[in-house]
Each structure stands twice: as C-alpha cells, then as structure tokens.
Design a protein around this ligand. Sequence first.
Ligand SMILES: Cc1ncc(COP(=O)(O)O)c(C=O)c1O
Length: 402
Amino acid sequence: MQQEVPMVTDQYSSVFHNLNGDKVRVGQETARQKLLALSRNMKGVLSLGRGDPDLPTPSHIVEAGCEALRTGKTHYTPWAGLPELRDSVAKKLRAENGIPVTLDNIIVTNGAQEAVYLTLQSLLNPGDEVIVPEPRYTPYDRAIELAGGRVVPVPMEISDRCLLDVSKVEEKLSERTKAIILINPNNPTGSLLPEEAVRSLCKLVVKHDLVLISDELYEHIVYDDKKLFSPASMPEMFDRTITINGFSKTYCMTGFRVGYVAGPRDYIDAILDMRYTLSISAATPNQWAAVAALEGSQQCVHDIREIFRKRRQLVHEVLSEHHIEIPEMDGTFYAFPRIPASSFASSLDFCERLLTDVNVLVFPGTDFGESGEGYVRVSYLLPQDQLMEALKRFALFVNGVR
Ligand SMILES: Cc1ncc(COP(=O)(O)O)c(C=O)c1O
C-alpha cells in the first residue's frame, strides 16, 4: 500500500517528496561506501582515499579549545557565532581576500558542510537550477536537491590542466538558473581556476543576474606562486557572492567542525534564522580554538603546506615516471590521474580491482560526476614512505593492465 505523504508547506513537502521519490538517492550505497566497506575487511590497506588531513591540529589551537573548556566557555554562543571569531574572520577576509566585510556579514557554522546546506536551503526555491562545474564535490548535489533545486553539471575539460570553459557554462543557463557554484581550488581535481577565468565567470554571473557560491575551503593549500582570487572582492560581485570557508583543511581541524559563510547582509540574515533551527550555534570551545587559529602565528599554515608540497612532488614524480597522465596539481591534497579505462568496465571496477589486488584505496572519478569516468581521485594524506609505497603499487597496477 502506498504511504500517504504528509503535506506541510510547499517548501517542506518538497523534502518529503524527495525522501519518497528518487530525487535524493536515499538508501543507495555509493561507490565510496562500497569501497570503504570492502577495505574494512582487509588488512594493511594503504588509503589514498581520505579527505581528512593526517597531520595533527597545531598545539596552540588545541590548547585554546582546552582552555575554553577549563574556563567555563561551555554555553551557547550567539546564533551567528562568537563575535570574537566573526571579527577575526572578517579581518582575515578583508586582509587576505580583499572582501569588504565586518562581523555582521559572517555566520559561523558546523564545518563548511553546514554552510553549504544552509546557503542552499535559504537561497533556492523548488525548481531552481544550480550550475556546478564537474568533476565536483558531490555533497553539494544533495544539499541542492534537499532544497528542491536541480543540479546542472558543466563538465570541465580535463587534459594537462582542468579548465572551465565559460561559454559552456553560458550554454547551460536557463530561466530557472539561480546560482553557480565555484569550488576553487577544486576537490577532486586539485586545479585552481586562475583570476582571469574567475573574472570571466563573474561577468556571466552579473550579466544573467545570478548568485555565485564561492567555496574557498582549500585556499591555503595552493602551491608555487599561485594564489586564489576571491570573487567577492570585486565590487560588482560583492552583493551576489556567498563565500564559504572553514578551518578543516588549512589548520587540520576537521573534527572541530568549524566553518563559516560570508556575504551581503540580506543573504546572511536569511541564513541566520535557519542556522538557529538547525543547531543553534557551533560548539563554543571549538569556536575559541578557531579564534586561536586565525589570531595566532600562521607559521603552522606554511609548515602544513610545505609537507603537502613535498608529497605532491612525489605524486608527480612517481606517476610521470610511469607515464600516467595527470592534470596539473595547483592546490589541495588531491590528484586526478587518468586510468586505462578500456581495461575496466568502469572507474569503480578499477578501484575495486586495485583494492583487492594491491591493497590500495582510491575513489573513482565518477564519485565526482559522470564526466569523471576514466579517472580516479588520489589523495596524498599519508606519511612520505607509505605514500611512496602506495603510489608505486598504483603505478605498477596501472601499467600491468595497460
Ligand atoms: C569543497 C569542500 N567543501 C566543503 C567541505 C566540507 O568541509 P568541512 O569539514 O569544513 O565541513 C569539503 C570537505 O571535504 C570540501 O572538500
């Protein structure tokens, strides 16, 4: 017998419909879950799958969290977050990113992930379309779908670089397009969209009266002399850009769950009410730890990046030596190598065989959208010696099946 769907309001009923229908893939095992389940029953797996930095959180940040606990900072903060943290974030955004904000433009969230959800819930109406360059960080899909929106992927060109062709974005615009998501540097490809390309994308956003969601979570994990360009620093973009960022990657603070959203007051005020409904505020001691992260010495950021830079060089050396094609790795701790697709039914099939044959875990490119077929995401979050071993196994496996 078919279950009756409770009717609440239009907005909420769309969520119930989603759960009963196929808009959100509830209950389906993802490729990632399948591989993780498989690896749990195996011994000695070298994981190049994780997205959680393996390095410890810098000690002064941990100590600030402990000190907050010891001194009774164990109650709610204002919904928008600790004023001290919002002020530090605003200072950072002005100084490093050129975004003219004050603490009133900032809401602290439980990780950037909650910022993604809150932003899309407050921005989208059912039926709105959101353009997402692909390969893409797919948790955005679920947040878009739960808000009643529709994901419109725009495949990037993957060759020696990952490039977003702005004319392809324009082709996908429709009357329902509400927003474009830009994750820069990109998870999973590790590519950084240069300033010029960001500016062209912004022209399109202005021309078509859209909103840009700029996810800058990996901004400090950028190598060589490259630097992220923040779209909200452009005067014509400020009123139409929502910037999402956090502490998870830059300061190895994934478990602290602190992120933030920054934008013009009307968007921020709309998010605030929903923010209260979801979890009132982020954990208070963790917000104090985040204050210490921003206000303390930034030497730790350089040190962490330097470790990732050396590993990235190793990835580049081993894969190039074995003639495995890999797009330029400008930032993050991910690489997106091409695999010999013709020898496998799919990139998931490749990952399963790699795992069972040589005990190395990577995730299939299709976990990041259809156009990721033929690629895998390799993260370099292992100590140098284990990374070397895992890369060698990966490369020998690829060459063995070519
Ligand atoms: C692009 C991107 N945005 C957001 C998130 C969520 O991060 P957080 O740990 O701050 O919630 C991630 C996590 O991997 C990510 O890669």
